[in-house]
Design a protein around this ligand. Structure first.
Ligand SMILES: [Zn+2]
Length: 360
């Protein structure tokens, strides 16, 4: 046995011992580098092959290869047995590091339109209104017919309706409105009839929710928007009650000194109908671009509930009366914050909505 042969055997034994003593994957990797690396211990022994007698080289070469393979497979086996243990230990170490600083949690906040609707709910709650909600997917019957708008009524032109298609008609290339009259509601007014049919007198509700119209979308029109409708039904309810209520709401929203006015309006489901204006929130009534130089801004439409609608709700219009009014939270939010484009509400741009973090 040559010196080189015994040195190779010594390296084989030494590698076994040192591998057994290595307790982390880092230590095993370091050992691999020391033993098998380009300037490692085995490489150093192999360099001596050139100086041994030619007839001994083949057997020494085989021995060197044998030692290399044994060390390589021992390292691989050792690493595999350690990997799971090492991972577990690392997880435990990290989980128990009580000194590590916490990651800040990003907390969202209400959309500015939702903040305004929440404020409105609080105001109406103080006036004794409760919330009554209806479905966003409605029927033609509730959205129009029960509100005194029969199929051929010209007032239907006021609402650009999104119809749900008859099943199969789209696939057939001939889309047509569903035979059962399913539509997306164009206003929250159908909830008036639903509330009258569900509740006993006196009825005093607000009906917040989303509405949908087939609109050409621009800076002031969206295909989806919010409405809050108010409905009061009782015996001996009068137009004077409506006027007093709306003036109180305007003061709660915009301050005690807010000037208001009634103008004639038109809705098929109220009679008489009014538009309710407040003195321009921008110029205070002097006239500016925001109010079209009139000094006034319309904040809602209202009126005495039409006798036909009272009848739709299951009451006798000779015995009970009521009033209704509708607010546009999107437009009110634009006025509140000076937002010039309604499309920003749906832009999904966090830089826009994060400006309104007070709704948190
Ligand atoms: Zn103005």
């Amino acid at each position: 046995m040559t010196d080189l042969s015994s040195d190779l055997e010594a390296l084989r034994a030494s590698a076994r011992d040192r591998l057994a003593a290595a307790t982390t994957t880092d230590a095993v990797e370091a050992l691999r580098h020391d033993l098998l690396g380009r300037s490692g211990e085995l490489t150093a022994l192999l360099r001596r092959l050139g100086s041994v007698a030619a007839d001994e080289r083949p057997s020494l070469g085989r021995l060197a290869n044998d030692v290399r393979h044994e060390i390589e497979s021992a390292i691989t086996a050792r690493l595999e047995s350690m990997r799971d243990v090492d991972l577990d230990r690392r997880l435990v170490d990290e989980a128990l590091d009580m000194s590590a600083p916490g990651r800040p949690v990003r907390i969202g906040h209400l959309h500015p339109v939702m903040t305004l609707m929440r404020d409105l709910r609080e105001i109406f709650h103080a006036f004794g209104f409760e919330v009554f909600e209806g479905p966003e997917i409605e029927t033609d019957e509730y959205n129009f017919e029960l509100l005194n708008i029969p199929p051929d009524h010209p007032a239907r032109d006021l609402w650009d309706t999104l119809y749900v298609a008859e099943p199969g008609s789209v696939e057939a290339g001939q889309p047509r409105p569903a035979a059962d009259g399913t539509i997306l509601r164009t206003h929250t007014s159908p909830v008036q009839v639903r509330a009258m049919r569900a509740l006993d007198l006196p009825i005093r509700v607000i009906t917040p929710g989303r509405c949908f119209r087939y609109e050409a979308v621009d800076a002031s029109h969206g295909f989806e928007f919010q409405q809050i409708e108010g409905l009061v039904i009782d015996r001996d309810t009068s137009l004077a009650d409506l006027k007093g209520m709306l003036e109180e709401i305007a003061r709660a929203l915009y301050g005690r000194d807010t000037k208001t006015r009634f103008r004639p309006g038109y809705y098929p489901f109220t009679e008489p109908s009014v538009a309710f204006d407040v003195a321009c929130l921008v110029c205070g009534g002097a006239g500016c671009a925001a109010c079209g130089r009139t000094g006034w801004m319309t904040i809602l439409g209202a009126g005495m509930v039409h006798p036909e609608v009272i009848r739709s709700g299951g009451f006798d219009p000779d015995e009970v009366q009521g009033y209704a009014f509708g607010l546009g939270p999107d437009r009110m939010t634009m006025l509140r914050h000076g937002i010039g484009d309604i499309r920003l509400f749906f832009s999904a741009d966090l830089r826009f909505v994060s400006q309104f973090a007070e709704g948190r």
